[in-house]
Design a binder for this molecule. Sequence first.
Ligand SMILES: Nc1nc2c(ncn2[C@@H]2O[C@H](COP(=O)(O)OP(=O)(O)O)[C@@H](O)[C@H]2O)c(=O)[nH]1
Ligand SMILES: [Mg+2]
Ligand SMILES: [Zn+2]
Length: 322
Amino acid sequence: MEQQVFQNATVIKQTGSLYRLTFLPAWDPFTAVLSGKLRLKGDNLTNPAAVGDRVNGYWQPAGDRQANHAIITEIQPRKNYLIRKSVNLSRQAHIIAANIDWAYILLSATEPWTPFPFIDRFLVTCQAYRVPVTLILNKIDELQWAADYAPQAEHVKKIYEKAGYSVMEVSAKTGEGTAHLAGRLKDKISLFSGISGVGKSSLANKLDPSLDLKTAPISTAHLTGKHTTTFYEMHPLQNGGYIIDSPGIRGFGLLEITKEELSHYFPEIFAASASCRFNGCLHAGEPDCAVREAVEKGLISAERYQSYLKMLEDPDGGKYRT
Ligand SMILES: Nc1nc2c(ncn2[C@@H]2O[C@H](COP(=O)(O)OP(=O)(O)O)[C@@H](O)[C@H]2O)c(=O)[nH]1
Ligand SMILES: [Mg+2]
Ligand SMILES: [Zn+2]
């Protein structure tokens, strides 16, 4: 039977072995599966292709797009991607998303609380795989009545600003702070990451009310460990650009990062390490360690340094699943 080939479709969703593709900027999704050859190649990956991937392939027979799954035969080289150890199959890796212009890790100014090791594992992965990243502190509207949370929220903001990251403060409920963010999303592919309940889907909806993504109160979504979004999915923004909304990530095992490399992905630790006495200093108790000195002087935050030490010890992050 005759084949009709296609090129440069973008993966907008993956559910198990099924992929949804479209030819951006058009939004006319169709379903595809991987060719046998690609499935074999991706042996150590739970998903050889991920949301954001640009792919080539064919339909068989020609023309009947809805009745027949397309076959993906080729994944185009990636600009970047984010990857983590698979939660279920520890020897496998899972590609979270590819070709991301900007990643945002959402935190809640109130509840739920995101443990520092989780934040830092995500930031390290972004640094290692060249994905620019910004933190978003959401739910700032709640600080008005839940004032007890304010010092903690301020503390988190300081820690990450000191480390060289920018932290945007927003409220998905009132829209405060979202205009600037909306401007940054325009014509870009942006990833919203963070644990369940921090407001990823709510924020996406606020930025573009046409999205209508499902949201869930944290009492049900967070505490019972249920997730309203089960899959990473790309959504088009009315004003141009795309958001990849993600399920609440539970664990974030580091991959392919050696102990020697790890400090390179903590920008402030890396900067200080230039003055360490030893070239291969791991900043874990060696003499004349400039990183340790910077921590003692308060120039590097103790939380970030603790995360660093824990990652040195336990790159899998098994203990830091939320
Ligand atoms: N007060 C307030 N509640 C919010 C805000 N953003 C999200 N929420 C609530 O937090 C809960 C979780 O939101 P959701 O968008 O489903 O979080 P996700 O799991 O990160 O996608 C829902 O009950 C939302 O209504 C916010 O900025 N302010
Ligand atoms: Mg959600
Ligand atoms: Zn050192």
